[in-house]
Design a binder for this molecule. Sequence first.
Ligand code: ATP
Length: 320
Amino acid sequence: MHMATVERKSSPEHEETSNRMFRSKEAMPMDTEVYESPYADPDELRSSTVDRNQLFLEDGELGSGNFGTVMKGIYKMRKTEKPVAVKILKNDDNNPSVREEMLREANVMQQLDNPYIVRMIGICEAENLMLVMELAELGPLNKFLQKNKNTSVKNITELVHQVSMGMKYLEEHNFVHRDLAARNVLLVTQHYAKISDFGLSKAVAEEQNYYKAKGHGKWPVKWYAPECINYFKFSSKSDVWSFGVLMWEAFSFGQKPYKGMKGNDVMQMLESGKRMEPPVNCPTEMYDLMTTCWTYKVEERPGFAVVEPRLREYYYDIAQ
Ligand code: ATP
């Protein structure tokens, strides 16, 4: 009896099944700690501020920008502790607008709650102003793909589909991102992507559905639709244009779009009706979708409500 049990456990067939189960378990977004909001548990206090005594910063930077640095940390909650990413504003008394920018970003993030968007856990005012967020440890999508050229088309499709789900949520809630690019998609695992960097994001009025910028700022021009550059008008449809560029970046394993070109040359190219070539080995279905995202006229360009199901269907087709 005993022997038989041992034999069954170690049979190659059994091992294959458990391996597969283990792999697919690891691959599912809902099995990670960051699928649900940390405040989904009613026993955890929902607050937009984080107590400095409950926050433990670790050595080593996750990234940096002109605002300061992003560090890894642990946030001790009532029942659990969460690994977190902490954006730490450098103390720069000469530049109060950086502080305002960070508070604006926090204000947008606080209103969003979706599995495919990096959630804010809270703001912490201590030795520096800190924005505490969910951790997406594998970092930016473009860098990940540059380093992992063996990533399959199916895997890339899965990730861009997740981004489209996050964007559909944003569209439904009348927010425009305005900085959607592969560098601003962070990976929790190789099979789980989240949209980040809400520094340029805006809530838009439902009736008007676009945001009008007052002037030209430091803009990611190569990701912007013609109406953004020409009329300073930003909508979910202009996010769709950026999403097309993000898809191009993903299927070309993190290459820079419109390589070697100046912003003005890109504008001229688009005005003349030309678009970027498909990335090497990019499935036709995916290149077709990119070019649809790059529809010149806003009224004719689809929204994420159309883009997301197209990606979903293609992903389901190839995932069989
Ligand atoms: P700037 O405001 O100067 O443009 P930035 O907007 O690029 O900077 P972020 O994208 O917010 O700054 O963060 C910089 C880097 O920190 C990211 O590229 C990423 O590597 C890391 N990072 C940011 N947020 C997280 C997170 N939630 N989890 C893991 N890493 C993160």
